[in-house]
Design a protein. Structure first.
Length: 118
């Protein structure tokens, strides 16, 4: 059983993105700090990006989709399956991103800071 007992958890992060990163979906389609994952863009338009994901040398596989939901909102979902010698673990992740400000403060483009969660 997972540490959360299968219950949903929520996290909030702040990420600095440039207009160019949003236009190319780089904030969602790039590997960021997780270099163990390979992201392959399956389909990309101005309104949506779909990705296939392979992590940890194929031990984890999945797919993700992110789309615009208004001028200041992006929504997305990701499903991952991880196989280990102890069995399989499924991850079902929902994402909601909102434009907060045109200023990033101390963050550089691409940097993320955890704000909280539970």
């Amino acid at each position: 059983m997972s540490p959360q007992g299968g219950k949903p958890t929520f996290n909030s992060v702040r990420q600095c993105v440039t207009p160019e990163m949003i236009e190319r979906w780089d904030a969602f389609a790039s590997g960021g700090s997780d270099s163990s994952c390979r992201r392959t863009v399956v389909d990309r338009s101005a309104q949506r990006v779909r990705l296939n994901l392979v992590c940890s040398d194929g031990k984890s596989t999945g797919e993700a989709e992110f789309s615009t939901a208004g001028p200041d909102r992006v929504v997305g979902k990701m499903k991952m399956l991880t196989r280990t010698d102890r069995g399989e673990t499924k991850l079902d992740l929902r994402v909601e991103a909102r434009w907060i400000s045109s200023e990033c403060g101390a963050l550089k483009p691409g940097e993320t800071v955890r704000m909280g969660g539970g």
